[in-house]
Every structure is written in structure tokens, then in C-alpha cells.
Design a binder for this molecule. Structure first.
Ligand code: ADP
Ligand code: SF4
Length: 709
């Protein structure tokens, strides 16, 4: 029921259930929107950036806002990957910035206390890593690979880790957290104890499921004892593997573990086991894909359950609650893409949600070791250092009209943000359909959801009075000089080249032969003569996807497609976005052969000449066409043509002309959107491009790496 003053007057009745409070042990979440722990790439090195990033979600209506993984002790040191720490009082102060900021908006703050066990390499602390039986996690991601195997933990080691958990929990309470986690997921220490492959102990911590769960139970008990009166204690657990394993008394070992600890935690936070399955890209994983793994948990516990599934549809969220799958709607990516998702549902504005597209660029930021970036939300990570708010933007600094040439991601984002500031905006694009590169790319297998980048912006632009859209309008320099706009923004994108590279990674001449194409040709409708070789050294999604597309699209013509790359994997960079295993599966399912470590030297006589990048051995492939997915260059001819006539600007009333997006520097869509947003924020700004540099909080002089309590 909603009533006056509860803020739900404009919320659609069917969604009001999402705004019911949920009791979690001694605390109460104000609604069911729960930002689960997720990496932000912001460590104690950037405490203000981190606090503002998390607080924005609280402001946007998330009832609970969590940290990412926070290490209890230097024996859990994941460097160079970014991770949080709660090792001493300086760390407490850094985290308190976040809890204060989250509480200011009425939300609860949760902390994911974490020990990585044998999956961290302790590269900085140089402590021999900990694992139940000294068996390492086997990384397939080169960034995670290491050559330091963990120690087999003694009982004293176990007691130490449990003690560190309690000490970290007390520090978390001092920092103001309301919910404190025990982590038993994603290959980390608690999880390693649960799985018999890692845990081959013959003492009371190994053997039966009950014994293997003992370590996690002890972590829960010690945390409850330390802070359980004031803070809720949550258990985060991965159930993908455990659910597959038979149990003597239960439907699976997953069921058994949940039964053994059913009412011990105040909250169950349930998830998958590996980043690619847990945070699957939309290309390969639909919304709510975890349900089949975690749906049983609520039948076995009275405690509330939270889970994720890239939920952006309020109908799906309500269905999860009504069908008894989840009590709390967990969100990581949907809240990065739109921190105001809950408030928009509350206000009956769900059509305004900037839906996550499931591209996983946010995850790549963590793999890169930098603060989070988001394709859909250019303000993510910029809340403190640039003062960017996802829903508010300063008013226009003048009445100047702005003409944007190019309606791709950069042009549309610049146009929308400028229009929101109040500028009169014109967007012209040569093509009949706005969307730039996404017009074609969203037709590629699995990329449909990426259309949300265009839809969100175009829907908003079409409702604004100060915006004029001109599709089907190819503009030249004469047009720009005649159109009487004070600011010209060139967002004309980039083009793919036929350039190749040598084994020393030096650019060499383009391969100019008939039958050699680029993605632009395929997007323009060229049907290459088979067999086709897709030669990819762009390394992101497009090479693999074009191979899939050509194979699917021209299956009736029996078009044979092969994929080759100088990298070690197909679409090698997609390891950063959790897509790599599924790219290989998708190619294999279509019978597309993959040649790695190959350089393309030439194509002639029905053959592509591939050469092994290291050995120089020739590896010919039958091919009548080659699609080179390699290097892009800015399509900036119009910009240079215009700048050559700078002398005419004053008479034409032009005050500035700038390039944005791919026309400035070709990149992924995330770069184009950020570039467009940056332009819009900077126009008529006093301090264009300025941002604050965060520094660690250190009120105490340097002391021991870890303070014993
Ligand atoms: P970005 O990712 O930087 O937004 P895109 O390649 O996606 O770049 O979009 C660029 C858009 O610019 C395309 O839709 C293209 O049709 C358009 N465009 C390029 N040159 C012109 C021009 N001279 N006049 C109008 N539109 C243009
Ligand atoms: Fe979603 Fe992509 Fe943004 Fe991540 S980067 S939150 S996957 S839109």
C-alpha cells in the first residue's frame, strides 16, 4: 500500500513492492534495491572518488550500497589489481568517507570483507599466500597468472585468518558500516575450503561437506560475535559448482551447504563462481540468468536473499520477488549505468532509465587496474574528481547554438547533454538512421542490447524543444559556414583501414588488393566472395563478431569463414570483458576455424598468406577475400577542411570548431560517449578539462602494514 508522504504516489502500483523495507538482522534496508559488492577500481588511493561513486547510488535510491572486496590483512594482497583494505585506522577513515556519504541519503552501507587465499599472489606484501591444502587457483587470464604457489594452511593459519576477519569486522563497524560480509565465493579462500578439489585436508576442515563448511561457519560466527549486535552479517557464496555436485542427503552440495548454515547469516548473497558466468556480457547471457542456480536458496532459509542478474526491467525485478526467488534485487552494472534506476521507478519514470547494455567495459576497468568506466554513464567515476552528476548538469553559459555533425554515440551524447544544459542543438547525420557505428553493429549476433546507447539518447532528444535532428544530411565545409551556429562539433567517426603490422609491431603498408575489405565495406552491404578470412588485430569484439555474422548471414550461400589473429586468442582483448571463452565457443559452434599468432602478409591466387608471428613459418589459408579488422583512423577530413577556412569564421558567426569521439581519436563506444559528454560539460566552462587529483588519507604516520588489535 502506498500513502501520502511515502514518496510512492507516482510509482506504478505493480512496482511498489520494490519499495518495501526489508529487515536484515539488526538493520533494515529502506527498500529492495541492493547495490551488491562490486569492484570499482577505487582503492584507498582514491578515497574521495570512491565515496562519491558509491554515494551517488544512495542518492539515486539504492537502499543498500556496498563496497568492493576489502582485504582483511596483507596476506590477501591482489596487487596490481585494485582492492580495498581494512588493515589500520587510516583505512577506517577512508571507508568512513563512504559510509557517511551513503548514510546522508538514508541508505545502508555494506562492506565485503575478503580474504583471497590462494587466488592472490601477495606480490607487494611478499607473504606466502594461504590456501586450504596449498593448491592454487588456475588462472587462464594472463593478468591473473603468477608463479607463486600458496602454502597449505596450518590450524594456526586458519585461526589467524578468522581473527583477522573479526578485527576487520570491528574496523568496519568503526567505519560506520551497517552490513558486514563473510565472503565464500569466486575462487577466494572461503570458496576454496568448500570445494574438495582445493580442500584435501584430513582434519576437521576437510572431507565431508559439513567439515568443508566449517571454516566459513567460523568466519560467520566470529563476525557475528564481533559486530552482530549492531551490524547485519551477510554471507556471499558462489553456488554454481556446488549445485552441480551430488550430496548424500540433499539435492546437491549447494543445498547441503545452505541447509548447514541456513539461519546463521542475516542475509544470503548468492552468485555464480567465475567472473564470466557471474557477470556475463549481454552478448552471451540474458537478464536474470542466475535464477536456475540460486532459485532454491529461499526455500531453505528464513533469512532474506539477494542476488544479481543484470536486472534493468522492473517487471523482471517484481517477478523475482513475487515468485520467491529473491527478497532484494541485487545490482552492480545496472546501478553503474544508472545510479538513479530505483528513483526513476519510484517516480514512474522507468522509461528514463539509462539501461546497462551488458558490454562489461566496467569490468575491463578493474582488469586494467583503474577506476570504473561505463559506456552508458560517462559520469561514472567522475562524480568527485570532475563534479559530474548523472542527472544534473550546469545550465548553458550562453545562448549560442551548437551544430553537431555526426549522430553516433559521441554526437548523440554531446547533443543530449548540451540540450539538457539548454543550448539550441542541431544534430545532422549523412545517414537516414541516427546511431553511427551502432546502426550496423547492433545487427551483429548478440549486440542488440547495445542499441540502448542510441535509444536512450534519441528518445530523450526527440522530446526536447531545443533540439533539431537532421538525418540524411551530409554536410560539407560550405554548409557549416552557412548554417549560423556559433559552435561546430565534428563527430564524424572513424574509418577502418587496410593497414597491416609487422612482427615487430611496426605499421606496414595497407594491403590494397581486390577482395580485401574492411568492416566498413561489410557494414555497407558488400558480400565478400568465399572462402573469407577475417584477419583481426583490433582484438576487441568486432573481428570475432564479423566472422560470426558472415557465417550466419550468408549460410545459404555456403560462405566459408576462417578467423586469424596475431594474438593468442580470438578477440583477445575480450578477456577483459569476460567474453573470451564464449567468443571461442561461438566461433566453434559455427565451424569457424581459428588461427592464432598469425600475421597476414598477402592475399593472391585464392590464398591468404599467413605467417607465424614468432617462427616465420608459412600457414596458407584458402581465401578469395580478406576482411581486415585492424586499425581505425579518424574520419576528420571535414574538420580539416573547415579549419583551413578559419579566417571565414568571424563572418560566419563561428566561435569554435572541435572534434569529438572517434573523429578525434578512434576508440570503443565508451570513449566516444565520454568524449561527447566532456565536450558538453566544457562548453563555456571556466575550467575546461580540469579534474581533481585524489590522495590517500593518512592522519597517522606510516606504521606497521597491519595493526594488531
Ligand atoms: P562516434 O563513435 O565518434 O560517435 P560514429 O562512427 O559512430 O562515431 O558516428 C559518426 C557519424 O557521423 C556516422 O553516423 C556518419 O554517418 C556521420 N557523418 C560522417 N561524416 C559526416 C558528414 N560529413 N555529414 C554528416 N554526417 C556525417
Ligand atoms: Fe553496463 Fe557496460 Fe556500463 Fe558496465 S560499462 S555498467 S556493462 S553499460
Amino acid at each position: 500500500m502506498s500513502g501520502p508522504g511515502d514518496g510512492l504516489e507516482r510509482c506504478k502500483p505493480k512496482y511498489r513492492v520494490l519499495f518495501e523495507p526489508v529487515k536484515i538482522g539488526p538493520v533494515t534496508a529502506p527498500n529492495r534495491f541492493y547495490q551488491v559488492p562490486h569492484a570499482s577500481g577505487m582503492t584507498e588511493a582514491n578515497p574521495r572518488v570512491r565515496a562519491a561513486f558509491r554515494a551517488m547510488k544512495a542518492e539515486g535510491g539504492w537502499g543498500v550500497v556496498s563496497t568492493g572486496a576489502v582485504s582483511t590483512h596483507p596476506s590477501c594482497d591482489d596487487s596490481p589489481l585494485p582492492f580495498g583494505r581494512l588493515w589500520d585506522d587510516n583505512d577506517v577513515r577512508a571507508h568512513a568517507l563512504m559510509t557517511d556519504a551513503v548514510h546522508a541519503h538514508g541508505a545502508l552501507a555494506a562492506i565485503e570483507i575478503w580474504h583471497g587465499g590462494g587466488s592472490v599472489m601477495n606480490r607487494t606484501s611478499r607473504i606466502a599466500p594461504y590456501a586450504p591444502s596449498g593448491i592454487p587457483w588456475q588462472a587462464t587470464h594472463v593478468g591473473f597468472m603468477g608463479n607463486h604457489r600458496p602454502r597449505a594452511m596450518t590450524k594456526q593459519d586458519i585461526r589467524d585468518v578468522v581473527r583477522w576477519q573479526a578485527a576487520a569486522a570491528r574496523r568496519a563497524r568503526s567505519a560506520g558500516f551497517d552490513i558486514v560480509y563473510v565472503y565464500a565465493g569466486m575462487g577466494y579462500l572461503g570458496y576454496q575450503f568448500l570445494l574438495e578439489e582445493y580442500n584435501q585436508r584430513s582434519d576437521e576442515y576437510g572431507g565431508s561437506v559439513e567439515n568443508r563448511a566449517r571454516f566459513v561457519r567460523e568466519l560467520l560466527e566470529t563476525t557475528k560475535k564481533a559486530v552482530g549486535a549492531e551490524c547485519a552479517v551477510a554471507l556471499r557464496i558462489s553456488l554454481e559448482e556446488l549445485r552441480k555436485r551430488p550430496s548424500d542427503h540433499y539435492a546437491s552440495q549447494g543445498h547441503e551447504v545452505v541447509a548447514l548454515m541456513a539461519d546463521l547469516p542475516d542475509l544470503w548473497d548468492v552468485k555464480m563462481d567465475s567472473s564470466p558466468t557471474d557477470c556475463g556480457a549481454s552478448r552471451f547471457r540474458p537478464e536474470a540468468s542466475h535464477e536456475a542456480t540460486i532459485d532454491f536458496v529461499k526455500t531453505m532459509t528464513d533469512r532474506p536473499v539477494v542476488g544479481v542478474g543484470r536486472f534493468t526491467s522492473p517487471d523482471t525485478m517484481v517477478s523475482q520477488v513475487k515468485r520467491g526467488v529473491l527478497d532484494l534485487i541485487g545490482g552492480a552494472r545496472p546501478g553503474i549505468a544508472d545510479p538513479f534506476l530505483p528513483n526513476k521507478i519510484r517516480e514512474g519514470r522507468e522509461d528514463d532509465i539509462r539501461e546497462c547494455i551488458g558490454c562489461n567495459i566496467c569490468i575491463s576497468s578493474w582488469h586494467d587496474g583503474v577506476p570504473v568506466r561505463c559506456t552508458q554513464n560517462p559520469t561514472a567515476g567522475e562524480e568527485w574528481r570532475r563534479g559530474w552528476h548523472p542527472e544534473r548538469i550546469p545550465p548553458a553559459g550562453s545562448d549560442d547554438a551548437v551544430l553537431i555533425v555526426g549522430g553516433g554515440p559521441a554526437g548523440l551524447e554531446a547533443g543530449l547533454s548540451l540540450a539538457r544544459r539548454g543550448y539550441p542543438v542541431t544534430i545532422a547525420d549523412a545517414r537516414e538512421e541516427l546511431g553511427g557505428r551502432l546502426v550496423f553493429e547492433t545487427r551483429l549476433p548478440g549486440l542488440n542490447a547495445w542499441g540502448r546507447v542510441v535509444d536512450y539518447r534519441l528518445n530523450a532528444l526527440k522530446q526536447m524543444d531545443n533540439v533539431a535532428l537532421y538525418p540524411g544530411s551530409e554536410l560539407g565545409a560550405d554548409d557549416l559556414l552557412a548554417m549560423e551556429h556559433a559552435h561546430i562539433v565534428i563527430a564524424t567517426g572513424a574509418r577502418w583501414t587496410r593497414r597491416l603490422y609487422s612482427s615487430l609491431e611496426i605499421p606496414v603498408a595497407p594491403l590494397e588488393r581486390s577482395g580485401v575489405y574492411t568492416p566498413d565495406d561489410i557494414a555497407a552491404g558488400v558480400v565478400p566472395e568465399g572462402p573469407v578470412l577475417v584477419f583481426d588485430f583490433d582484438n576487441y569484439y568486432l573481428g570475432g563478431l564479423l566472422a560470426e555474422y558472415l557465417s550466419d548471414h550468408f549460410a545459404d550461400r555456403g560462405l566459408k569463414v576462417h578467423y586469424a589473429t596475431p594474438a593468442g586468442h580470438a578477440s583477445a582483448w575480450t578477456i577483459m570483458t569476460n567474453e573470451l571463452p564464449f567468443v571461442h565457443q561461438a566461433l566453434a559452434e559455427r565451424g569457424i576455424g581459428v588461427t592464432t599468432l598469425a600475421l597476414l602478409k598477402d592475399m593472391a591466387g585464392g590464398e591468404a598468406r599467413l605467417e607465424h608471428i614468432f617462427t616465420g613459418q608459412m600457414m596458407p589459408i584458402e581465401a578469395n577475400s580478406v576482411v581486415i579488422v585492424g586499425h581505425r583512423e579518424a574520419r576528420d577530413g571535414l574538420y580539416h577542411e573547415l579549419m583551413a577556412r578559419e579566417g571565414e569564421f568571424a563572418d560566419a558567426g563561428i566561435k569554435s570548431a572541435e572534434r569529438i569521439g572517434d573523429a578525434l581519436a578512434p576508440g570503443a563506444i565508451v570513449h566516444a560517449v565520454h568524449s561527447g559528454h566532456l565536450y558538453a560539460r566544457n562548453l563555456d566552462s571556466d575550467a575546461p578539462d580540469a579534474f581533481l587529483r585524489d590522495i590517500p588519507i593518512a592522519e597517522h604516520p606510516p606504521g606497521p602494514a597491519y595493526e594488531e588489535e
